[in-house]
Write a protein that binds this ligand. Structure first.
Ligand code: C2O
Ligand code: CU
Ligand code: CU
Length: 488
């Protein structure tokens, strides 16, 4: 099958990214990745390496109202599988990149210098920022160039992440390492007494396939690239030592295509306190959590009554074999907890469907003709076509229809939304908070409501468009993407 991307490649329009070993361009069957990847000859340690916590990036300059951060995007070689070297693309040469921690309403500028051999764009996923600072896929930063992205952070505290968003090669370049956390907080959230300090971590779960020499194997599988090895913060199957306290764990599914069903093997539940767009109105107790690519869940795991010496595996009950386990919590010491989980978190103002001025229909399907496997409303992404012009200050309902046999995690840039219903039924409490990524079930429909408060773009400048796309990155790269411009 020839795709738009293959066509672009044949035209030389896509730079060969990095030293990824591509085993083929064949259409994948959607099965387990890594067939022929040679991983069997690699010795991947399980629960032998400590969890890595990316460093918190310090601003290089600050004024009373603004912090400036600098990041250099680099080709780098790192040791992921012990005894081997892996070529990556990394923010500051590491994967995941450094964590940026900011407060709501304080302006931040992040200056990205592209010292890699490929062009990039950088998107802040979950960020609400001026149109034009959103990392539009063709708003390229070429090798050697520096680009300053400005974020107002006029939004609620939440777990965000920054990642590559380059036209046609987002899958390649995120897989190669270009992703990092961006955490927004505020005094209100800090006042709760939630687990914090060494009782708070952020983890990104990613699946990768390694060749026998440790290099990453990426096939750009059109159904969605699935790896056979689970990394947490860039480490295969790490362990994390905890004490008998509660821990706040912000979980990001940073995988290209794999969804996980998270469960603890001691039968304990997660206490979910937040989702994509920040805190839920009240905690939700969940024995398992399904998380699609790009979704975030903010949970508390309670080890206060767990005997010292216990080892608790975070499992993926949706996986088999090497993808059925993720990491392990080792209860190493006894300690006083001191944290609390308030029964009331952050109240959420419900958006009123009667206030919506427009209802838009978006159909996600396969086979649009012209060799394009994935389309929205029958059309492949075209950077010169804008499919919606919502008016600033108005509320809209968007109906996301899935006309395929697989789930698509649909992500909308710019604003946070509320789910009205999934296949006609109101969302579960954990999905009733602010969201930016929606699991649209096979053959199903999700209706979401959102308000376009600000950040008007220029209808004649597509780099001021915001994107909507499937966050299975190979679907996005194979044209399951559209764009909209907020207008006056
Ligand atoms: Cu996380 Cu448009 O992306
Ligand atoms: Cu985004
Ligand atoms: Cu998809």
């Amino acid at each position: 099958m020839t795709t738009r991307r293959d066509f672009l490649k044949s035209m030389g329009a896509i730079a060969p990214a990095i030293a990824l070993s591509r085993t083929s361009w064949a259409m994948g069957g959607g099965g387990g990745g890594g067939a022929g990847g040679g991983a069997a000859s690699l010795n991947v340690p399980v629960f032998e390496l400590p969890l890595y916590i990316p460093p918190v990036l310090q601003p290089t300059s600050s004024t009373a109202t603004r912090d400036v951060y600098e990041i250099t995007q680099q080709n780098a070689t790192v040791e992921i599988i012990p005894g081997t070297q892996t070529a990556i693309l990394g923010y500051n040469g590491m994967t995941p990149g450094p964590t940026i921690m900011v407060d709501s309403n304080r302006e931040v500028a992040v200056r990205h210098t592209n010292n890699t051999n490929v062009r990039t764009t950088t998107h802040l996923h979950g960020g609400h920022m001026r149109a034009g600072d959103d990392g539009h896929p063709v708003d390229y930063v070429n090798p050697g160039e520096t680009r300053e992205y400005v974020y107002s952070n006029k939004q609620l505290p939440a777990t965000l992440w920054y990642h590559d968003h380059t036209m046609d090669v987002t899958g390649d370049q995120v897989y190669a390492g270009l992703a990092g956390f961006y955490l927004i907080s505020d005094d209100y959230e800090r006042s709760f007494g939630l687990p914090s300090g060494d009782q708070e971590i952020a983890i990104v779960i990613q699946d990768r396939t390694f060749a026998a020499d440790g290099s990453l194997v990426y096939n750009d599988t059109i159904m969605g690239e699935l790896g056979d090895t689970i990394l947490v913060n860039g480490v295969p199957y790490p362990y994390f030592e905890v004490s008998t306290r509660k821990y706040r764990v912000r979980i990001l599914n940073g995988s290209n295509a794999r969804s996980y069903t998270l469960a603890l093997n001691n039968g304990a539940s997660f206490i979910q306190i937040g989702s994509d767009g920040g805190l839920l109105p009240a905690p939700v107790v969940r024995s398992s959590i399904n998380i699609a690519p790009a979704e975030r869940v903010d949970v508390v795991i309670d080890f206060t009554n767990v005997p010292v010496g216990s080892q608790i595996v975070l499992q993926n009950t949706a996986g088999t074999g090497s993808t059925s386990q993720i990491m392990r919590f080792d209860v190493a010491t006894a300690a006083d907890d001191g944290s609390v989980i308030p029964q009331v978190l952050r109240p959420i103002e419900r958006l009123d469907p009667a206030a919506a001025v427009t209802t838009r229909q978006w159909v996600f399907s396969a086979g649009g003709g012209g060799g394009t496997p994935w389309v929205i409303n029958g059309l492949p992404y075209d950077e010169n076509r804008v499919d919606a012009f919502p008016k600033v200050g108005t509320t809209e309902i968007w109906e996301l229809h899935n006309r395929t046999g697989m789930m698509h995690p649909v992500h909308i840039h710019d604003i946070m939304w509320q789910v009205l219903d999934v296949n006609g039924r109101p969302p579960a409490p954990e999905d009733a908070g602010w969201k930016d990524t929606f699991k649209v079930p096979p053959g199903g429909t999700v209706r979401v409501i959102g308000r376009f408060d600000d950040y008007v773009g220029d209808p004649n400048d597509i780099t001021t468009a915001y994107m909507m796309h499937c966050h299975i990155l190979e679907h996005e790269d194979h044209a399951m993407m559209t764009q909209f411009i907020v207008v006056d």
